[in-house]
Design a protein around this ligand. Structure first.
Ligand SMILES: [Zn+2]
Length: 404
């Protein structure tokens, strides 16, 4: 859990500013100076200085007074969501999503770029054009802080390149970060999609609710984003979270790695649709299975035997994966999300909870709490935009540079 204590030392104004903004941002009704003082331990003078500076820069505004009992009514300070914005891009085999996010984490605009039949260069141009259009739609485009890009791994975050993503072969060795920075004129960040999803979830969740948690991301592939003590876990090369070869079903399908029943191959949307005898995609976009997945979920909810069996087995495989991850890391929450999950969750949510309740091999003391992602189908794109906001505004003690 991140500390909420401030520092009254000189020279740490930016840290205090980020801390206060973070507390106000996570409180939908706003916060009074009295509450802020209680939470941070900052002196009244320091608090007045910090909140005055935040108000002068347009980040917060007074939002009425509340009074309970004796004493002066307290002035509430609330976030100004339109103070800053960020662009988020999610590169996905089925569809690339571009969002404009405000400081409150709300999606102001959502656009999709279809990858059909175009090279990565053409797609980059299309993504850049959409991003520029979203920035230009704002009365003050200078309020956009940057563009965050979420992409399937593996990737090289030092050079901002995708390496050899198995689901996006045409993007191999593409200098994605550099190209998008160039075409938008904005600072750009690149992050693996599952880590971006976890960052996004942490950004929009009230402080302290997600400490040791995983984000089970189910899209064209499945992966996990991890948060330990409230901080996203990236690993040595920022590629943490690949669970494709976690074995979850000894009787499952053969995997290219030589084993059977690896989580990735067992949960592939195309495999589920084939098992349920539904087409892999409908309509004009060959790699977009969204309509077929909606059909699969609808049929399962109506009790159709084969779809029920297919999705129940998928839920059991997910539950086995969750148990192994929980045993390894001793977590409290599993946040479920991603574009495929969002389509299947009306059936899969209860089915995974049920399978988790029946699962053997649980070695942890607390049962994992399942939650739905707060961010819906756009989670990776929103997470990508949150990376930009998180980098600019989240108070972390590591940002405290006290020398001497
Ligand atoms: Zn495998």
């Amino acid at each position: 859990m991140l500390s909420t204590r401030g520092s009254n030392l000189l020279g740490v104004g930016n840290y205090n500013q980020a801390l206060i903004l973070d507390l106000i941002r996570r409180s939908p009704e706003g916060m009074s100076r009295v509450e802020l003082a209680e939470k941070t331990g900052l002196s009244a003078q320091t608090l007045t200085n910090v909140t005055r500076r935040l108000a002068a820069e347009g980040f917060i505004a007074e939002a009425g007074k509340v009074g309970s009992g004796p004493g002066k009514p307290r002035t509430m300070l609330a976030l100004e969501p339109s103070a800053r914005f960020a662009i988020g891009v999610h590169l996905d085999p089925a569809v690339t999503t571009v969002v404009l996010l405000d400081l409150a984490g709300h999606v102001v605009h959502h656009r999709e770029v279809q990858p059909t039949g175009s090279s990565s260069q053409q797609q980059l141009e299309a993504i850049g054009a959409v991003a520029r259009e979203l920035v230009a739609s704002l009365p003050d485009p200078t309020r956009v802080l940057g563009v965050g890009i979420a992409a399937p791994g593996p990737l090289d975050t030092h050079t901002g390149r995708l390496l050899n993503p198995p689901l996006l072969p045409e993007w191999t060795e593409t200098p994605l970060r550099h190209e998008l920075a160039l075409s938008t004129g904005l600072p750009a960040l690149l992050e693996k999609d599952v880590i971006a999803a976890m960052v996004g979830e942490l950004w929009v969740t009230p402080g302290g609710e997600l400490g040791d948690a995983l984000f089970f991301y189910y899209g064209a592939g499945a992966g996990v984003g991890l948060s330990l003590a409230g901080t996203p876990l990236r690993g040595a090369t920022s590629n943490a979270g690949d669970i494709a070869h976690l074995i979850v079903d000894p009787d499952g399908p053969a995997c290219e790695c030589g084993a059977r029943g690896c989580l990735g191959v067992s949960l592939e949307p195309a495999t589920l649709l084939a098992d349920a005898r539904l087409p892999a995609s409908t309509g004009s976009v060959p790699r977009d299975p969204r309509a077929s997945l909606d059909d699969l979920c609808r049929q399962a909810l109506s009790g159709s035997a084969r779809p029920v069996a297919v999705l129940t087995r998928a839920a059991e495989r997910i539950a086995r994966g969750l148990v192994q991850l929980d045993n390894l890391l001793d977590l409290t929450d599993a946040v479920m999300g991603g574009p495929v999950w969002a389509r299947l969750s009306p059936f899969m949510g209860p089915a995974v909870a049920d399978a988790l309740g029946r699962a053997g091999g649980v070695a942890t003391v607390n049962r994992l709490t399942l939650r739905e992602s707060r961010l819906g189908t756009d989670v990776a794109a929103v997470g990508a935009a949150c990376l930009v906001l998180d980098g600019a505004f989240t108070a972390r003690p590591s940002h405290l540079l006290i020398t001497g």
